[in-house]
Design a protein around this ligand. Structure first.
Ligand code: UN1
Length: 512
């Protein structure tokens, strides 16, 4: 049994039982549905939360709309200074927040801390960005005219996040949202609301200290209903949603029907190509961390290894040996590599995928299955599995959010690239090679079709400085670094005439 009462106290969630927050204000009545949050680590109840009602949702949107009116007028570098303080507060809370991420979600403590580090990093990025929300200037075709563009704040941004990165994905959005002059309403996964409540406290204390209007950072604990309300709500010009392709299609359709913007970051089916010229020891670390890290529950997790026939048997032997050394158990114990899946439903989905894979002809070289025994009595622990398959198996085309790794053999590079691309998803991809021609072909326009393509690095563990997201059923959105900020702002082209005449564009004559 894990005791994290100190952590809960430190993060101000020891007796939280609320449905929403607009900042200092927390609410939730006696009629709300109450949900108990159970840790997949040891099956213990951590705390309860309330599910927000439609009225409460409206109240939050109204408060956010009011806050937007004043927040958008604060100079961007001043907004950046407040985000800098939020980054500092995250540094101070890193140990506790990382631990709670690990306990509520089940990822290893190292990964929980790494997730909080991503939050700190994106805060730093956003601070610099607050002085660099650049538009272009253009040369006007007319004399004594000036033309340029500005980026203005967009409004209330809806953030729908998933359980697997319960806090980092919010921060990739929220930190940019705030420096861009927007406000946000965050609906975290129903499976991981406690870490969200902790983050809301951390941010809220900084906003309060700076006398920022209530509503710049809002949190709503909701079910699917609230997600649907957000997607259909015209008052939210942008919905940023992370989760399954099924969810993304529903959100994208609802937002599209009102011609709103959506930023979708959905499923992946990420492969590492291991070529004849690969350093197999490096490839092994990338593959094993990619497949079993976070118990295979990253959208960037490695699902497929596409291996050259000449190194296939040698690599398979290394992999099987490495899997034999993986320690599974309490993720807060740093001796363990892999913790539990998020819940028992995830275990069922994993076991079904194994069944389906076998039915389609998959040969397991490392057998999976559910773990039993005292250390595993939350019912959420499984063994990671590896199967030899064909790329076109139905189950291989599908993203199973669990540590299930597929091996596929190839002969030519073209064939390997075709396998890599021949799935509905397009998030992350990698090639392990010391051959320049192979690497560059993989990165070329005729190579990987994914949003992320790496050389001699696995598929997971992207840095925040790049734009994160992918193509096809991954949804097309980009968040985090590079110029991903632009989606959070509205662009305005300004043309100014400082002459004494009014010449028309395109040389059109219109004399009165
Ligand atoms: C996700 O799984 O939703 O690249 C995000 C990575 C992390 C983020 C994953 N930086 O694996």
């Amino acid at each position: 049994r894990v005791d994290i009462s100190n952590t809960l106290k430190h993060l101000h969630i020891d007796n939280i039982n609320q449905a929403y927050s607009t900042g200092n204000t927390w609410g939730g009545g006696k009629d709300n549905v109450v949900k108990e949050i159970i840790s997949p680590v040891d099956g213990q109840k951590i705390a309860s939360v309330k599910i927000a009602t439609v009225d409460e949702y409206d109240l939050v949107v109204e408060q956010a709309a009011t806050a937007f009116k004043s927040w958008r007028t604060v100079p961007a570098p001043k907004r950046g200074e407040i985000v800098r303080q939020i980054g500092e507060a995250l540094r101070e809370n890193k140990e506790h927040l990382g631990k709670l991420v690990s306990y509520e979600m089940g990822k290893s403590l190292q990964e929980g801390l790494g997730e909080v580090q991503e939050m700190i990093d994106i805060a730093d990025f956003a601070v610099g960005l607050s002085r660099q929300l650049y538009g272009l200037t253009m040369h006007s075709e007319r004399p004594d005219h000036r033309m340029y563009e500005q980026y203005h704040p967009l409004g209330i941004i809806g953030i729908i996040s998933a359980f697997n990165f319960p806090v980092a994905v919010w921060s990739w959005n929220a930190m940019l949202v705030w420096v861009c002059g927007d406000v946000c309403i965050w609906k975290p996964s129903e499976k991981t609301p406690l870490t969200a409540i902790a983050c809301q406290h951390i941010a809220q204390q900084v906003f309060k200290k700076n006398d920022v209007a209530e509503g710049v950072s809002c949190l709503i604990i909701g079910d699917r209903n609230i997600g649907e309300l957000m997607a259909a709500d015209k008052r939210l010009p942008l919905i940023s949603a992370t989760g399954s392709t099924r969810m993304g299609k529903a959100v994208g359709a609802a937002v599209g029907a009102r011609l709103g913007r959506s930023l979708l970051e959905l499923g992946g089916n990420n492969a590492i190509m291991i070529t004849e010229d690969a350093d197999l020891d490096m490839a092994l670390i990338g593959a094993v961390f990619g497949a079993v890290g976070t118990a295979g529950q990253r959208c960037t997790s490695t699902r497929r290894l596409i291996i050259h026939e000449n190194v296939y048997e040698a690599f398979k032997a290394k992999l099987v040996k490495a899997y034999g050394q993986i320690k599974i158990g309490n993720p807060l114990d740093e001796n363990n590599h892999m913790g539990p899946l998020i819940d028992k439903d995830a275990v069922s989905l994993y076991l079904n995928a194994i069944k389906q894979c076998k039915a389609e002809g998959g040969r397991f070289v490392v057998e999976g299955g559910k773990l039993e025994g005292e250390a595993y009595d939350s019912g959420c622990y499984v063994k990671p599995a590896v199967a030899e398959v064909e790329n076109n198996f139905k189950i291989v085309q599908h993203e199973t959010f669990a540590p299930l790794l597929y091996l596929i053999k190839y002969k030519t590079l073209d064939e390997a690239i075709a396998f890599q691309n021949d799935v509905p998803q397009g998030l992350s991809s990698a090639i392990m090679t010391n051959n320049l021609r192979e690497a560059e072909t993989f990165l070329s326009g005729a190579g990987s079709d994914c949003g992320i393509a790496n050389v001699n690095i696995g598929t997971s563990g992207a840095e925040i400085g790049g734009a994160f997201g992918g193509e096809k059923e991954t949804g097309g959105g980009r968040e985090s670094g590079s110029d991903a900020w632009k989606v959070y702002m509205r662009r305005q082209t300004n043309t100014i005439n400082y002459s004494t005449k009014l010449p028309l564009a395109q040389g059109i004559k219109f004399d009165l």
